[in-house]
Design a protein around this ligand. Structure first.
Ligand SMILES: Cc1ncc(COP(=O)(O)O)c(C=O)c1O
Length: 415
């Protein structure tokens, strides 16, 4: 039986084959979105939680305007990390009440803009100092991000729950200071996002428990002070690692929250997942420009550190994605296929620096100029991080559904 990784990779190869008729001469690479896979991920996300939970998808993970419009059409909200992302979301058709705005560096003028233009949005302040910038009668809902200070197990660069994190108000802040700041600013939402690529749901469940404690304590003080306002909303962020095998971790998270944190669902619950939703729904393909016999066989391709920014600069490389080869006649080949001769290749990107290497000694079917290398599972934090280094064009972006393929945007210079 084929592994899920193989199936995902073959589906990506089939998407490339469906895309090739849309190719122009200068299309040396494609970025693809599989809307069927995306739809399945989104359905699994909804199924994992009670119907009342409102899911906002992190824009930064895949900010293509067509993606945002698609998510809005399907009834999802959007989480913006900058005012520019807020404006992208509005341009894509989002209503202000569909938006969560989480930038850690909101300027006074951005806050004034939100006051005038984002009635009903949720703004999560990153600090008590930020709360002091907010208007006395905000048109938006005021949230405060709490750092629950849990051990997440996330990679260091994505772990935001440590004591030196720049995000949120540490939960160890003396409680009267935290509570008074929330009461003074009229905070009605508490927010957490503990990190990205968090491997299990343990840390999330723990963090939600801590957030619930703060909410209960704050509301108890409000009741004592005869302040009618209450925490109505708990925004539990994103951060789950992507799953090639379906939705086991996400559905377990939902089950554990229902079983272990049932009072969570007394609140208006918001989520902000990104990578878990998008990773499997994306693929990329690059033409093999040349294959050269150097110290190791070397395949030159048209996507490198410009698209795989995290993988290449983070030095993990891109070898954990799924790889397939599509021959010029449309035939699909994968390492491990019967009768497919393979070789280990150094797969090197197009940028002019030594580190632009996707993988060393990657075992692939024998490659030739004009073949296509398909890379599956690239839907998160790739296009959104496109690097202008060497000024190369952003490839054509295509989306497929039910075997049909459309162009979302043409090949273009990075703006
Ligand atoms: C505040 C916030 N919410 C949600 C996300 C999405 O995280 P992930 O893609 O790990 O689900 C991020 C990612 O950086 C974030 O900073």
């Amino acid at each position: 039986m084929r592994s899920s990784l193989d199936q995902r990779t073959r589906a990506a190869a089939a998407s490339l084959v469906a895309t090739l008729p849309l190719r122009s001469d200068d299309d040396t690479a494609f970025i693809g979105v599989d809307l069927d896979v995306l739809g399945a991920q989104l359905a699994s996300l909804r199924n994992a939680f009670p119907d009342s939970v409102r899911h906002s998808i992190a824009i930064k993970t895949m900010p293509h305007p067509e993606m945002l419009a698609h998510l809005i059409d399907l009834g999802f909200g959007l989480e913006a990390a900058s005012l520019e992302e807020v404006q992208l979301a509005l341009a894509a058709g989002a209503a202000p009440s569909d938006l969560i705005f989480d930038s850690p560096v909101k300027t006074r003028s951005e806050i004034a803009w939100c006051q005038a233009n984002l009635p009903g949005a949720l703004l999560n302040a990153n600090s008590i100092a930020e709360l002091h910038r907010y208007p006395a009668s905000p048109s938006f809902q005021v949230g405060l991000r709490i750092n629950p200070e849990v051990a997440t197990g996330a990679p260091t660069e994505f772990d935001v729950s440590g004591e030196r994190s720049k995000f949120g108000v540490a939960i160890s802040t003396p409680r009267p200071v935290l509570v008074d700041a929330c009461i003074d600013a009229g905070v009605t939402a508490l927010h957490m996002h503990i990190g990205s690529q968090v491997p299990t749901c343990d840390a999330h469940v723990e963090a939600v428990g801590r957030l619930l404690d703060v909410a209960a304590e704050l509301d108890a003080v409000r009741a004592e002070r005869r302040d009618d306002r209450r925490i109505t909303t708990l925004d539990i962020g994103g951060g789950m690692r992507s799953e090639v095998d379906g939705d086991a971790v996400m559905s377990l998270y939902g089950q554990r929250l229902r079983a272990e944190r049932p009072s969570l669902f007394d609140y208006d619950v918001r989520t902000e997942f990104g990578q878990w939703v998008q990773a499997n729904a994306g693929w990329a393909a690059t033409r093999i420009e040349s294959v050269e016999e150097r110290a190791a066989p070397m395949a030159f391709v048209h996507l490198g550190a410009d698209y795989f920014v995290r993988d290449v600069y983070g030095a993990s490389g891109a070898s954990s994605y799924g790889f397939a080869v599509v021959r010029p006649d449309g035939r699909v080949a994968m390492a491990g296929d019967d009768a497919e001769a393979t070789r280990p290749y150094d797969v090197v990107g197009p940028l002019c620096f030594a580190g632009d290497v996707l993988a060393r000694d990657l075992v692939l079917p024998e490659l030739d100029e004009g073949d296509w290398l398909v890379i599956a599972g690239t839907g998160a934090n790739t296009l959104g991080l496109w690097s202008r280094h060497c000024g190369r064009a952003v490839p054509k972006v295509v989306a497929s559904a039910g075997g049909d393929c459309v162009v979302w945007s043409g090949r273009r210079l990075p703006s």
